[in-house]
Design a protein around this ligand. Structure first.
Ligand SMILES: Cc1cc2nc3c(=O)[nH]c(=O)nc-3n(C[C@H](O)[C@H](O)[C@H](O)COP(=O)(O)OP(=O)(O)OC[C@H]3O[C@@H](n4cnc5c(N)ncnc54)[C@H](O)[C@@H]3O)c2cc1C
Length: 390
């Protein structure tokens, strides 16, 4: 049974950031993940990552927006860490080679739902892909032992883990296995934006070992799932479409909500509008409203939405020439394992970061704060777990 200082579970942005930071803190690290090292939700993230870089912005303003969007349910100790370390997290990603889209000598910033300022950094509309690739390249070039196709099956105090066909001993463990929206959508018979590995069993293993959790019932619907064409169903239309001018319209062509409101408010407004009989139907009979993407200036779309344009055009629809059909889709687990500011759970020697952890977003996450949480708390978890293992 090989022994390590730190065992990381999961290879999304949070697991990769944690493994790298633990290794750089001098720990012997193993990273076990369910499928291939590339398989995760993080790589699917398109829209961007929040950090207060605008002249009119500050970490305090960022924190205030989170507090309001969470309907005053977020853990403000975690939020203060998140927003104050956001700029340094961005610089750390740049050192690994991530090239955020720039304009006029600074970052190209967009305003996302619930935000009072333009604060969203982007890498075109493949932000998650760029971040995970840079982190993965760094992990693969490090001394971290990567165990693909090695799902966590059991965790016994001490800590001894069964990961696929391997038994691994480690002084500390970092759980970074993401959320459960893929499985939850299957149970509900709904569409989800998530990758098939988002099934939540690692949370259950931690709960069985006695860890505390919060807000596990608070699941987030992305307001804009693709509704048509059929092969775009379950696709998450980036919120940046709305940041760059797209608006939601009902069957009569009327705006019925603030298209840049908090996610839960916008998603509920769409559901209510359809329930009032003011929605439209897709050719296969699904409920929908319009997202008027024709209002996005061509230049903004070409710089910040090229992947979305390619996907729709390949499916036979040009979003700059016609409105697209959308309806909320199951997307994100807001709650999760209780952590402190070092990402330590209520179990000794067990840390959690990323979507599997709760508190940072309260019961309603703002877009762009999840990738940020992965990097900020992934780095903290790695450092703290390496220190504790010594
Ligand atoms: C389509 C889409 C678009 C998004 N857009 C944005 C955005 O623009 N901005 C933003 O901030 N956030 C966005 N998000 C949310 C964000 O990407 C995720 O919440 C975040 O990246 C989660 O990272 P993570 O590391 O916690 O989990 P993941 O990236 O999901 O990684 C979890 C890892 O754990 C592994 N795993 C699961 N179970 C086990 C097990 N039993 N044993 C071992 N390994 C296991 C998985 O295989 C995976 O490698 C988006 C999400 C989706 C799905």
């Amino acid at each position: 049974m090989p022994g390590y200082d730190v065992l990381v579970i999961g290879s999304g942005a949070s697991g990769l950031a944690a493994a790298l930071s633990a290794e750089r803190s001098g720990a012997r690290v193993a990273l076990a993940t369910k499928g291939s090292i590339q398989s995760c939700n993080s790589a699917k993230a398109q829209g961007g990552i929040q950090a207060a870089f605008g002249d009119d912005d500050s970490p305090e303003q960022h924190a205030e927006d989170i507090w309001k969007s969470s309907h005053e349910t977020a853990n403000m100790e975690l939020v203060t860490v998140l927003t104050s370390e956001a700029p340094s997290a961005i610089h750390a990603l740049e050192e690994l080679g991530v090239e955020f889209t720039r304009e006029n000598g600074g970052y190209r910033l967009a305003r996302c739902g619930g935000a009072s300022r333009k604060r969203l950094l982007q890498v075109g509309d493949r932000t998650g892909h760029a971040i995970t690739k840079a982190l993965r390249d760094a992990v693969e070039a490090s001394t971290v032992t990567v165990l693909p196709n090695s799902p966590l099956l059991s965790l016994d105090e001490g800590w001894r883990a069964r990961v696929g066909e391997h038994d691994v001993e480690a002084t500390t463990v970092i759980l970074a296995a993401g959320g459960r929206c893929f499985r939850e959508a299957e149970v509900r018979g709904e569409l989800s934006t998530n990758h098939p590995g988002a099934t939540g069993e690692v949370t259950q293993i931690a709960l069985d070992a006695g860890a505390e959790a919060r807000d596990l019932d608070a699941l987030q619907y992305h307001p804009n799932g693709g509704s048509w064409p059929q092969n775009m169903q379950g696709y998450s239309i980036p919120e940046t479409t709305r940041a760059y001018g797209a608006v939601l319209l009902n069957a009569d062509g009327e705006e019925f909500t603030d298209s840049l409101g908090p996610r839960d408010v916008v998603a509920q407004a769409i559901v209510d509008e359809v329930a009032k009989g003011k929605g439209v139907e897709t050719p296969d009979g699904r409920p929908a409203v319009y997202l008027d993407t024709t209002r996005i200036p061509r230049e903004d779309a070409e710089i910040s939405l090229p992947y979305m344009l390619r996907r729709y055009r390949a499916a036979g629809v040009d979003p700059l020439a016609e409105k697209i059909l959308t309806y909320p889709v199951l997307h994100y687990q807001n709650g999760g394992l209780v952590i402190d500011t070092d990402a330590k759970t209520t179990l000794d020697g067990v840390y959690a970061c990323g979507e599997i952890a709760g508190g940072t977003h309260g019961r309603n996450r703002m877009m762009g704060n999840s990738l940020l949480e992965c990097v900020v708390f992934g780095r903290r978890a790695g450092r703290a777990a390496a220190t504790a293992a010594r």
